[in-house]
Design a protein around this ligand. Structure first.
Ligand SMILES: [Zn+2]
Ligand SMILES: [Zn+2]
Length: 244
């Protein structure tokens, strides 16, 4: 299992790309979320959009889904080995198609539906790809908004966008090698995201497993990163670096 961030910036990031990870395993791949900036990340890895075989969507904020229309069209024009398979939490499917349909429904060859572009699988609690199980974990992002993290034992927990759910993190920490957790890395507390201050309440043994993602572009500056890495056990995710 290799986890490569195609971007690890927050929703307003210009330089890092929005948060999205490419998992490669068992001769296939799965993207967690697909913002527009992931296209450039893939390009830098020497990959094309039609090589993406599986996608999981954590929630519908635009910095997590705004590359899907392009990916869908690219696959239609330049078919890859397989039609991309889209794993969508059940409650999000109709809303996601509403977001995408304005650019995908009408074509010169007639009307298209969601399933013309993607092999859509609605998922409730978990799904399996090539024998690997991914468990959906409801997160604490925005009240009443459906949002999910992904647990893939024994490899990782990927928080998606969320406030810190300390009890949950403590409960799974021993079962995974790495915890990819969002952290806005800003002085002001953002009510729908996790602050560094909150993450510092976790035991150091857990902190050492945490790679931070979805953070502000300020931390691209080398000196600031070095200082951070000297001071804390957390590591800041770096785009295009493969974590195993
Ligand atoms: Zn986000
Ligand atoms: Zn969000």
């Amino acid at each position: 299992m290799k986890v490569t961030f195609l971007g690890c910036g927050d929703g307003f990031s210009i330089e890092q790309g929005h948060n999205s990870a490419l998992l490669t395993f068992a001769d296939t791949n799965l993207c967690i979320d697909f913002p527009e900036s992931s296209h450039f990340g893939l390009h830098q890895l020497g990959m094309k959009l039609n090589q993406i075989e599986h996608i999981f969507i954590t929630h519908l904020h635009e910095d997590h889904v705004n590359g899907l229309q392009k990916l869908a069209l690219y696959h239609r024009v330049y078919p890859g080995r397989v039609k991309p398979k889209l794993y969508v939490p059940t409650g999000l499917k109709d809303d996601l198609w509403q977001i995408l349909r304005h650019g995908l429904e009408l074509t010169t060859r007639g009307k298209r539906v969601f399933e013309d572009y993607f092999d859509v699988e609605c998922v409730e609690n978990k799904f399996t790809v090539e024998g690997l199980t991914f468990e959906l974990v409801p997160t604490l992002h925005v009240p009443d908004m459906l949002s999910y993290g992904l647990l893939c034992k024994p490899y990782f927990y990927f928080s998606g966008d969320t406030r810190l759910d300390e009890n949950y993190i403590r409960s799974i920490a021993d079962e995974v090698k790495t915890i990819y957790h969002e952290c806005h890395m800003q002085d002001d507390q953002l009510p729908s995201h996790t602050s560094l201050e909150e993450l510092l309440t976790l035991p150091e043994s857990i902190q050492a497993k945490v790679i931070l993602m979805h953070y502000v572009d300020d931390y691209l500056e080398l000196k600031l990163r070095e200082k951070f890495h000297q001071q804390y056990k957390f590591r800041l995710a770096k785009p295009l670096l493969g974590y195993s």
